[in-house]
Write a protein that binds this ligand. Structure first.
Ligand SMILES: Nc1ncnc2c1ncn2[C@@H]1O[C@H](COP(=O)(O)OP(=O)(O)OP(=O)(O)O)[C@@H](O)[C@H]1O
Ligand SMILES: Nc1nc2c(c(=O)[nH]1)N=C(CO)CN2
Length: 183
């Protein structure tokens, strides 16, 4: 049986990236669409950073950011909504690690781990990628001892090669959007 929602809300951390079209506008629209879902509230956003492409190099620079959601959706259902929003915003999957109008990755959900063909949680590559870690560091509380996420980030930040290829784009990308439709 698949559980689509739970009555208790959980905190979920996501990464957003975009390197085609109106990158900043698409990131805002992805946040609006998440927040419009009755089971999802966007609680906090990082700054937006412009980053050099990693992995597949022959593509435009990305804008990357992270956000904290509160959600009553189970992780599989949340990922389903995120993939749906990627498609609505013109994401086409062709080149692995290649250009995209928007990429939404589910990084971490409190007290949850998954290892299925469709969902791995925590996200297996999040601690290797400065374009994920630096925005995530903005939104994870400095003194969060319970989940362990803060300790993982602090340790991983010490292992990455500084902030080369990562520039601040804007500190304030999202104004809260239109009303959240949940209670
Ligand atoms: N934690 C997760 N967050 C997002 N997608 C995930 C996760 N775990 C598994 N997936 C699966 O990965 C698939 C491919 O995702 P996607 O095309 O965005 O990968 P990518 O962005 O090119 O690479 P990467 O996963 O390294 O960021 C999705 O269809 C999804 O089912
Ligand atoms: N700078 C940067 N490089 C990438 C990114 C991204 O979001 N930012 N996403 C990728 C596919 O997951 C591959 N490479």
């Amino acid at each position: 049986m698949t559980i689509h929602s739970t009555s208790e809300a959980s905190e979920a951390y996501i990464a957003l990236g975009a390197n085609l079209g109106d990158r900043e506008g698409t990131l805002k629209e992805a946040l609006n669409r998440l927040n419009q879902h009755a089971g999802i509230e966007v609680v906090r956003c990082s700054s937006v950073y412009e980053t050099e492409p990693v992995g597949y190099l022959d593509q435009p620079q990305f804008l990357n950011m992270a956000a904290v959601l509160r959600t009553t959706l189970a992780p599989e259902a949340l990922l389903h909504e995120m993939l749906d929003i990627e498609s609505q915003l013109g994401r086409v999957r062709d080149v692995r690690y290649g250009p995209r109008t928007v990429d939404l990755d589910l990084l971490w959900v409190e007290n949850q781990s998954f290892d299925t063909p469709d969902l791995t949680l925590p996200h297996p590559r999040m601690l290797e990628r400065a374009f994920v870690l630096i925005p995530l560091n903005d939104v994870v509380p400095q003194k969060e001892e319970s989940s362990g996420l803060r300790q993982f980030i602090t340790a991983a930040l010490q292992d990455i090669d500084g902030r080369e290829g990562i520039r601040l784009w804007t500190t304030n990308v999202w104004d809260g959007g239109s009303e959240h439709s949940g209670s």
